[in-house]
Design a protein around this ligand. Sequence first.
Ligand SMILES: C[S@@+](CC[C@H](N)C(=O)[O-])C[C@H]1O[C@@H](n2cnc3c(N)ncnc32)[C@H](O)[C@@H]1O
Length: 256
Amino acid sequence: MTRLTSLKGTLATTFGAAADAYHSAADVQREVASRLARRISGLPLAPQPRVLEIGCGTGFLHQALAPDLTDGRWLLTDLSEPMVRHTRAGLKREDAGFAVMDGERLAIAPGSMDLICASLVFQWFEDLPGSLRGLIDLLAPGGVLAFSTLTAESFPEWRNAHLKLGTASAMRNYPSAKDIAHMMPRDLRVEIETESVPRSYRNATAFLTHWKQIGTHVPDASRPPLTPGTMRKLLRQFERGITVTYDVAYAVIVKP
Ligand SMILES: C[S@@+](CC[C@H](N)C(=O)[O-])C[C@H]1O[C@@H](n2cnc3c(N)ncnc32)[C@H](O)[C@@H]1O
C-alpha cells in the first residue's frame, strides 16, 4: 500500500486495535450494513457480479449481502490489516479475495467492477468528491456504487453541548445528503435516502467508552483537545443519560 496520510495511519491503527471488540459491540454499524444490503439486494446486477467492498471492517455487509449474491466474486478490502484478517477468518471463503487497501487509492483497473459497496466508511475519506468520481470509473457499464455514510445531521446533541460551552466538538464535519448528491457527475442516476438512528447511553462517559471500544473515536486533529475543566462541564450535561443520533445517508448510483 502507498504511504498513508497521518489521518489514515491513525485510522488503520485505531480500527485495527478495535477489530476484536468491534464485531460484538458495533450495533449501529451492524444494523446500517444490513439495511444497505437490503437496498443492494433489490438491484439488477450482472450475473456473477464482480464485487469490491471498501472498508469491510469485520464483515457485516458481506454477511448480510452474501446470501443474495451467491454467485458474486468478492474482493474485500480495508485500510486496517487486523480488520481484513478478522473478516477473512470469519468468512472462510476460498473464492473471495482479501486486501489491505486505502479506498481512496485503489490499485484496480477501470471498468472492472459490477458492484462497489461500502458501509459507514466514506465519512473518513479525505477527498470524498474526488474518490467518488474515481470509484465510478472503476465500474463497468451498468455497474452500481452503493454506500451508507454519516451526514451533517449526525450527533446534534453532542455538537450542541460543545457549542453551549463556547467550543466545537472534535467530531469530523460530514457532508449533507444534498452535498453528496452534488458530488456525483450529472449524467448519473443517484438515489439517496436518509435515516435517523438514535442511541441512548447511561451517560457521556459510557458513550465515549463505546466509541473507543469500536475505534470510531478518532478526532479531527485540527481541533484542540478540550481542557479538563471544559470536559468536566461537558460530561455534567449528560449525567442523567445521553441520546445521540446517527443520521445515515444510503446512496445508490447506477453507471449508464
Ligand atoms: C465504522 S467501520 C465500518 C466497517 C464495516 N463497513 C461495517 O459496516 O461494520 C469503518 C471501517 O472503514 C475502514 N476505513 C476507514 N478509512 C478507510 C479508507 N480510506 N479505505 C478503506 N477503509 C477505510 C476502517 O478501517 C474501518 O474498518
